[in-house]
Write a protein that binds this ligand. Structure first.
Ligand code: FAD
Length: 391
């Protein structure tokens, strides 16, 4: 049966998140406590308090750990509405990388690890980071190039290596580190204050939406007790997939909300602004851009909802989430690009949020798997299905 109707709870959830974003978050978008490396933590905490008061904090986390315990389809609805403001996901504590980290901790961590790391993270008391990518020649699009080493020393692992592009490392309470141990790729939890973690620098990047920005990290004989191994040693790549399949989908949800906002701003401009004797939207060149935006937004929403539906049924969603990720990262960028064009000169100014959405969406084609890597994986599966490809 194909059923796209939302339950009354889901309709009510969407209305609550939309009202929260409109009334409490958008008015704070101009807050000066934001910079090139994201919103400052005191602003984040204030926003978290507002979301907590509305009962909207950490929608994706189980109730036992302080969240709302939403399924994936309900998250799609809430996250899209949250993404309407660049501060929305931060406010509701469902922003990257914390949201993906919470999901993974909830699924894999021991009860003691959950108490120590997940509970304060879900409550918005702390932030976290996920340290996998390394500068060349280390792990990037190809995780098998992982260079960071975790060497056994009694009941500890000793970690050495470098990571970069690590979102939120500055100001994070702890890191989930991917390193190579004798058992294979292993995930380790470490306090960021531990001796042996050095933040070399914060990168200046195209985006400004993530708290803490993106850092270059160095591990120098970082000692991690074995009780801080996340899951089983050697299973790191498997767990990365546990994190990445839903995490890339939640990026799609949030960016869908952002692109919808850009589209509405451009649509309203096209409905008012005059040129050559009529409003812009009545010129076919502009009207068709609006129509193409509607088509792209609609396709993205359908792909997200379908993948979320698969995840809710515990079905394999690897291909569906790869397809959604490629579709959304490319289609939503096209939407934002058209919006800039429709707004004319205003589109490249900071007078609307469209310029920022356009700029920040660009990076989404790279993180959580570049488009080419997803296409490559999809092609391999397609070839395998024909019986002609290599396994
Ligand atoms: C804003 C941002 C935030 C990020 N946050 C984090 C984070 O918090 N933690 C973390 O660990 N990492 C993070 N990353 C890193 C991100 O996951 C990597 O950038 C991504 O995996 C690609 O790796 P790379 O940059 O080393 O690119 P490379 O591996 O050098 O690849 C470069 C390009 O080569 C092409 N390519 C690669 N493989 C193939 C292929 N098989 N077929 C065809 N083309 C291919 C792609 O076009 C790709 O973009 C972040 C990145 C960005 C941009």
């Amino acid at each position: 049966m194909i059923d796209f109707s939302l339950s009354s709870e889901q309709e009510a959830l969407r209305a609550r998140v939309q009202a929260f974003i409109r009334d409490r978050v958008i008015p704070r978008e101009g807050d000066v406590r934001q910079g090139p490396h994201g919103p400052h933590d005191d602003l984040r905490r204030e926003l978290n308090a507002l979301a907590r008061a509305e009962g909207l904090l950490a929608p994706h986390v189980g109730r036992d750990w302080g969240g709302l315990g939403l399924d994936h389809v309900s998250c799609a609805i809430a996250f899209e509405a949250a993404g309407y403001s660049p501060l929305g996901p931060i406010a509701m504590n469902c922003s990257a990388p914390d949201e993906g980290n919470m999901h993974m901790l909830e699924l894999i961590a021991t009860e003691a690890q959950k108490e120590r790391f997940l509970r304060p993270l879900a409550a918005g008391e702390t932030r976290s980071c996920f340290a996998m990518t390394e500068p060349a020649p280390g792990a990037g699009a190809d995780p098998n190039l992982l260079n960071t080493e975790a060497r056994r020393d009694g009941d500890h692992y000793v970690v050495n290596g470098r990571k970069w592009l690590i979102t939120g490392a500055q100001g994070a309470a702890f890191a989930i580190i991917m390193a190579r141990s004798e058992e294979g790729a292993t995930m380790l939890l470490s306090d960021m204050s531990a001796p042996g973690i050095v933040i070399e620098r914060i990168l200046d990047t195209i985006d400004q939406g993530f708290a803490g920005g993106h850092a270059v990290l160095r591990f120098e004989n970082l000692r991690v007790p074995e009780e801080n191994v996340l899951g089983a040693p050697g299973e790191g790549f498997k767990y990365a997939q546990v994190r990445l399949a839903p995490a890339r989908l939640t990026h799609c949800m949030r960016w869908l909300g952002a692109a919808t906002r850009a589209h509405e701003i451009a649509r309203d401009y096209a409905a008012r602004r005059q040129a050559f004797g009529r409003v812009l939207g009545e010129h076919e060149g502009v009207g068709f851009m609006l129509a193409d935006n509607e088509i792209d937004l609609h396709q993205c929403r359908l792909a997200i909802w379908h993948c979320a539906w698969l995840l809710d049924r515990g079905l394999s969603a690897g291909s569906a989430s790869s397809m959604a990720k490629v579709l959304c990262s490319e289609a939503l960028f096209r939407v934002a690009d058209r919006c800039v064009q429709i707004l004319g000169g205003m589109g490249v100014t900071h007078d609307t949020v469209v310029e920022r959405i356009f700029r920040e969406l660009r990076a989404f084609r790279i993180y959580d798997g570049p488009s080419e890597v997803h296409r490559w994986a999809l092609a391999r599966r397609a070839l395998r299905a024909s019986g002609a490809g290599h396994s």
